[in-house]
Design a protein around this ligand. Structure first.
Ligand SMILES: [Zn+2]
Length: 305
């Protein structure tokens, strides 16, 4: 095992007098109760080092397969942002026959990325009972995909659909937009939770700062929309509001891309560290006692001559 950072050890879990687990503590790999086990020993059930479970919820001590999934998800989300920017620069708003296909394809890949990124920690660490940032982000990604599919279905066959069905789809569409707003905010909370487990306080602070700024910009945008609606033709009033909002959205959009980039690099590193830490064979069990019987003296004497 690599050297243990004392700051990484869970408080009041290990009895300092005996170095044994003093509380009910689930093995991070198999869930076995590790109470009374020595911290430098291995889980009697699955053989993983007890030390992996007595440390804090840092990614480098978490299930490496799970950390790798989160890292992969972050990578996909990052690259899909780049791809979508590239697509909008190349095609803009021009209607091409393949546009719906690209739309569906990028959505599916993005949902796959978000799904991996928000995979629950198999240890159950960090899971709240009911609603969590992780679940909001995950569910809304699926809703967004459903919405894209519905939009495409509506555009191709809305004439054939009964009015009540179209109304129902509209309600689903509005619900999806609201879910997207919730997810948009929750995503930064989730990023902060992940960053705290690196631990990378700079990324935690950055996530929360962008989140707060984005909320303020959204509120200003809503106010601007209401004012411009009420003012009717007074376009310059809207401009006064919308211009700073647009600039802010651009700045914090770029900051978000940089944040996700740094997060995916850091989590990929943690996945590699977790793989090393988790591998049972990195645990060096105490060497077996050396044979107590000395070699036969006559043999040694024979070899000397
Ligand atoms: Zn175990």
């Amino acid at each position: 095992m690599p050297a243990i950072n004392p700051a990484h050890r869970l408080p009041n879990v290990v009895d300092p007098a005996t170095d044994t687990v003093a509380v009910d503590l689930e093995c991070r790999r198999c869930g076995y109760n590790l109470r009374t086990q020595h911290e430098q020993s291995v889980c009697p059930e699955c053989g993983s080092p007890v030390g992996l479970s007595t440390r804090g919820n840092f990614l480098q001590y978490a299930n490496p397969e799970w950390v790798a999934k989160v890292a992969k998800g972050l990578q996909i989300v990052f690259w899909m942002i780049i791809v979508e920017i590239a697509l909008s620069v190349c095609f803009g708003n021009t209607i091409t026959p393949i546009a719906p296909v690209i739309d569906v394809l990028t959505t599916i890949i993005n949902v796959f990325g978000v799904w991996l990124m928000t995979e629950p920690d198999p240890s159950g660490i960090g899971e709240e009972k009911n609603v969590s940032a992780r679940k909001i982000v995950r569910i809304s990604a699926v809703l967004a995909a459903a919405s894209v599919a519905l939009d495409n279905a509506l555009e191709t066959g809305s004439a054939a659909l009964p009015d009540t069905f179209v109304a129902l789809l509209t309600i689903i569409g509005i619900a999806t937009v609201l879910a997207q707003l919730a997810a948009f905010i929750a995503r930064y909370t989730y990023f902060a939770i992940i960053a705290r487990r690196i631990p990378n306080e700079a990324l935690v602070v950055r996530s929360m700062m962008i989140q707060k700024s984005m909320i303020i910009f959204m509120l200003v945008a809503i106010v601007a929309a209401i004012i411009s609606e009420l003012a009717g033709s007074a376009a310059d009033i809207a401009l006064i509001f919308f211009l700073p909002v647009a600039i802010g959205a651009l700045i914090f959009g770029i900051m978000t891309i940089v944040l996700i980039y740094r997060l995916q690099v850091a989590v990929t590193n943690e996945a590699n560290a977790a793989r090393v830490n988790w591998a049972a064979d990195t645990y060096q069990s105490p060497p077996p006692m050396p044979p107590t019987a000395p070699p036969p003296t006559d043999a040694r004497a024979a070899s000397l001559h």
